[in-house]
Design a protein. Structure first.
Length: 743
């Protein structure tokens, strides 16, 4: 069955673009999978203001023969009312519906004194088409069915009434189950990246369904992505433990063992290439860590050489850490990395564990979130029972990282655990299983993942310290405590109100310590967010520039400071120096999630932006909402419109800024979903009056030159207004104008 593409919320009384196949069929189209939509025979979408009226139509669509008695409808929709009042409410609802149908109700309803029904032939349902295609056994049939899935049943309808909630829940569960079953049947029919992406969609549909995870592991294995398959097993194991308190099933464990055994004869694993989807294991050469001795020798298999190289390279990285200037008084807390414990007495294993310890210290030392104690400091604890709380007091550290290294023939297992040194409580743990041939990948990959789990604004160290800061009386808060509270406030929902509140908290931090670089970094970040929701963007970016310059001057080794300065320079027109600062940020922390997010916004080419976005998502698949703006921009500028919309789905529309509406509307329009794009435009212009004309947003927002044309094209495709008023451009010096707006 051929149904039209998705459409947006535009009244049929206006003149939106039409759905030609609906118009030619002469039928209404009622969509219940995803947000409620009704399209009339002329191809125009009809809006229904009442939630009850949408539910009424959905109930008729789901009923046998699309018919229900008036008594049953009234009793279900108005269960809290008496019988007479419920019948009156139904009569009023039907009167409103007939008015909203604009005189077409005779072709929509088939009613009698006792029953109400949808017309059996003139109303088409997406649910009917979905179920019909799912009955097929071919790939085209299943793909057609899944193309109709726009989301859960009546995704935009919420109710607090128990009877209605039960009715919705049963149907959502039913259709969700059929959707998952369709995905499960389709995945094995696909190959290559298409199979991986469909398997990822299957996992997202029901994250606790082990069979879905096995499909994804098999898809990775089919593409020789064994490390990704094994890593996914680790994530599944942790998910099941955290959510259900259980281990993976024997079937899943057997699959994991089979995958682990497939590469035992391979001397070294090749570096995977960047895939077009956002789930990749490593960045392309142009954004990866610079070449180093350890990378140059990755193919050598002699254990002695591996151990010596691990120690030499990691020691060099650790030595670099000591060149950093001493921390400011308000500087971050300290973390101690205990020597990774080898679970065997083999000399080669002991050397490998030592090398992993040094490499982890070196990688963590690149972050400005905390100081890392030198290896000499913790070496004295090697091989001895350790009282973590006593160690914390002795070394004056807030957190301790400890781990183990184990080798079983060709297999390596590394565990890591972060512990609160004050309480002794475990805050985070993870496990990494690799083959011995991948030892260099192990030391780099494990250190990268540990560092990204601990450091950065989403890191476990900052989050645990923020919890402590919230418990302190205001008079006891230090500059670093205030910085943590400001950061938490900023990224709670990205609202302008919280950005201003964070600025007030940061003012207090700077008053306590005027040399605290990180406070200036976050202050700079607040202006970047405000520029997307308020007028006066040019001045806001100038403010960002001033704070970012101050941060870099105070701490030239802070990668976040360089990233903020790079962003500010780029948005104020100095693209060359902006790239210099962004490259320096990446040099300081090559695989830091936070820095890759900046790079995904502002790399010199769409290809590099896309590569940075892919790498960031590979490091943090559960990326936070604050990362959405840069990730969506990277994908839309590189033409990956579906990925841009997918990324944006992490953020509720209530939290979208101007960029979010432009990216989503432009992407929808480019993908042919014109009516949905028009609806997004309408909501965006209503939310941000005066900010979403092409003149103001595309031509006078400070976009890099190569992005301006793309943004303008997206806005024209979606139907944003072209011209800004003189008042709307009054805060922009020498504004660029469109020819059609200057007459």
């Amino acid at each position: 069955m051929n149904l039209p593409g998705n459409s947006g919320n535009k009244s049929h009384h206006e003149t939106p673009s039409k759905h030609p196949d609906v118009a030619e069929s002469g039928c209404f189209l009622l969509r219940l999978l995803g947000p409620f939509q009704l399209i009339d025979p002329q191809g125009h979408q009809i809006e229904f203001a009442s939630k009850k009226n949408r539910l009424l139509l959905a109930m008729l669509a789901c009923a046998p023969r699309r018919s229900m008695s008036r008594e049953a409808l009234a009793g279900l929709l108005w269960a809290e009312h008496g019988e007479e009042q419920a019948r009156n409410s139904l009569r009023q609802a039907l009167a409103v519906l007939r008015k909203e149908l604009g005189g077409q109700d005779a072709h929509f309803f088939a009613a009698t004194d006792a029953t109400i029904a949808l017309h059996p032939t003139l109303v088409r349902l997406d649910t009917d088409a979905f179920l019909s295609e799912l009955r097929g056994t071919t790939r085209p049939s299943l793909e057609a069915a899944l193309a109709l899935w726009r989301g859960p049943f009546l995704a935009d309808v919420r109710t607090s009434e128990p009877e209605l909630e039960d009715w919705l829940h049963l149907r959502r569960e039913s259709y969700q189950g059929k959707y998952v079953a369709g995905l499960d049947r389709l995945v094995p029919m696909l190959s290559g990246q298409a199979r991986i992406e469909m398997a990822q969609r299957l996992v997202q549909a029901d994250p606790l369904r082990e069979a879905s995870h096995r499909q994804l592991m098999e898809a990775y294995l089919a593409e020789a992505e064994r490390p990704l398959a094994l890593r996914h097993y680790d994530k599944l194991r942790k998910l099941l433990h955290d959510e259900l308190g259980v281990e993976p099933s024997p079937e899943t464990r057997a699959l994991r063992d089979r995958i682990a055994a497939t590469g035992k004869t391979t001397p070294s694993a090749p570096a995977p290439a960047a895939a077009p989807a956002p789930t990749v294991v490593s960045a392309p050469v142009d954004v990866a860590e610079p070449p180093s001795p350890r990378a140059a020798h990755r193919g050598r298999g002699a254990m002695a050489a591996i151990a010596l190289l691990l120690v030499a390279v990691a020691a060099a990285g650790a030595a670099w850490h000591f060149t950093r200037p001493p921390p400011a008084p308000a500087g971050p807390p300290a973390v101690a990395v205990l020597p990774f414990e080898s679970l065997s007495s083999d000399a080669a294993d002991l050397r490998l564990a030592e090398g992993l310890t040094l490499d982890t210290i070196a990688d963590l030392s690149r972050y400005s979130d905390f100081r890392v104690m030198a290896n000499d400091t913790t070496e004295a604890y090697k091989g001895k029972p350790v009282d973590i709380r006593a160690l914390g007091r002795d070394l004056k550290v807030s957190h301790v990282l400890k781990g183990t290294f184990e080798r079983d023939k060709d297999h390596i297992r590394v565990t890591a655990q972060l512990i609160d040194a004050e309480t002794g409580a475990a805050l985070w743990s993870d496990r990494y299983d690799r083959m011995i041939g991948e030892i260099f990948a192990v030391q780099g990959d494990v250190a990268d993942h540990i560092a990204n789990s601990l450091a950065g604004r989403e890191g476990k160290v900052s989050k645990s310290l923020a919890v402590g800061a919230r418990r302190k009386p205001p008079a006891d808060l230090g500059a670093y405590d205030l910085y943590l509270l400001a950061q938490e406030t900023m990224y709670s929902d990205l609202s302008p109100e919280h950005m201003r509140e964070a600025q007030n908290i940061l003012d207090q931090a700077i008053a306590k310590d005027a040399n605290f670089a990180r406070a200036y970094v976050r202050y700079a970040n607040t202006f970047a967010w405000l520029a997307t929701t308020e007028t006066g963007a040019a001045e806001l970016f100038q403010q960002m520039l001033r704070y970012a310059r101050k941060a870099v001057a105070l701490d030239p080794m802070d990668a976040d400071a360089h990233a903020a300065l790079g962003y500010a320079l780029t948005m104020t027109g100095d693209y060359e120096q902006g790239q210099v600062q962004l490259e320096e940020a990446l040099r300081l922390t090559p695989n830091a999630f936070d820095i890759l997010i900046f790079q995904s916004c502002l790399a010199p080419t769409p290809e590099k932006e896309m590569a940075a976005a892919d790498r960031a998502i590979a490091l943090n698949p559960a990326f936070p909402k604050w990362a959405v703006p840069c990730l969506r921009l990277a994908y839309v500028l590189s033409g990956r419109y579906a990925d841009a919309i997918k990324v944006q789905s992490r953020q509720p529309e209530a939290e979208w800024n101007t960029d979010g509406f432009v990216v989503v509307a432009g992407s929808l329009a480019t993908l042919g979903q014109k009516d949905e794009a028009a609806a997004v435009v309408k909501r965006g212009v209503a939310k941000f009056p005066g900010l979403l004309s092409i003149e103001r947003f595309a031509l006078n927002r400070g976009w890099p030159p190569d992005a301006i044309n793309t943004v303008e094209d997206l806005m024209r495709r979606a139907g944003f207004p072209a011209c800004a008023t003189s008042q709307e451009l009054s805060d922009t010096p020498n504004p660029v104008r469109l020819p059609e707006c200057t007459g």
